[in-house]
Design a protein around this ligand. Sequence first.
Ligand code: DC
Length: 223
Amino acid sequence: MRCNDRPSSPIAIDGPAASGKSTVGEALAKQLGFAFLDTGLMYRAFTLAALRIGLSAEDPDACGKFAEELSLRVIPGTRTRIELGGEDITERLRDSEVEAKVSRYSAIPRVRAAMVSSQRALAQGAQIILAGRDIGTVVLPGAPLKLFLTASEDARAKRRGEQTGAEDDAQARHDISRRDRVDSTRTVSPLKPAPDAILIDTTHLSLAEVIDLALEYARCARS
Ligand code: DC
């Protein structure tokens, strides 16, 4: 490993639901002066748009066509924002019906192809961090730094429960486990670490410790 002042770009962060990709990605982007693109929000935005027009995930052809024609404005920044037809829908993207359906829509190959092509265009030439499920394996396989965050299901459910202010974490645990199952068993671009990804198990680490580790890797990546 060589360390230098110029952090590697782009940086790929993948991992299962509620593994801290967005929190870590945002913090890292802020520290490095990079943009942050949370690609999960793009699949969520597609899901919200499809639900609004009553398009079912059981109709992959119609979903594929809709994804190719959909005009989403994705704005990477220290936080990612998304506009649909001029409306800022960012705050709607964690609604429960989106949460419940997003894995189904994101398993459709043509929907993925449309999203991946926008993600690559946004990453082109930018100082940027992308977070998702397939960034290191499919979207940016040449990224000089790939992190794969994991944590036990218990730890992830607890953190998600705290974020949403839920009284207990049973619902969070149920949602996380269902999404992980669909995301890691789908045929196209399943959730998995790239062969050259650095695995960070955050179960027993504080957020500050994970961010410090990630920063060290960003500044000392193999170049
Ligand atoms: O990161 P997230 O939990 O907000 O992602 C929501 C869903 O989007 C996730 O369950 C699977 C899908 N997703 C994907 O298939 N590929 C990505 N690169 C990012 C998210």
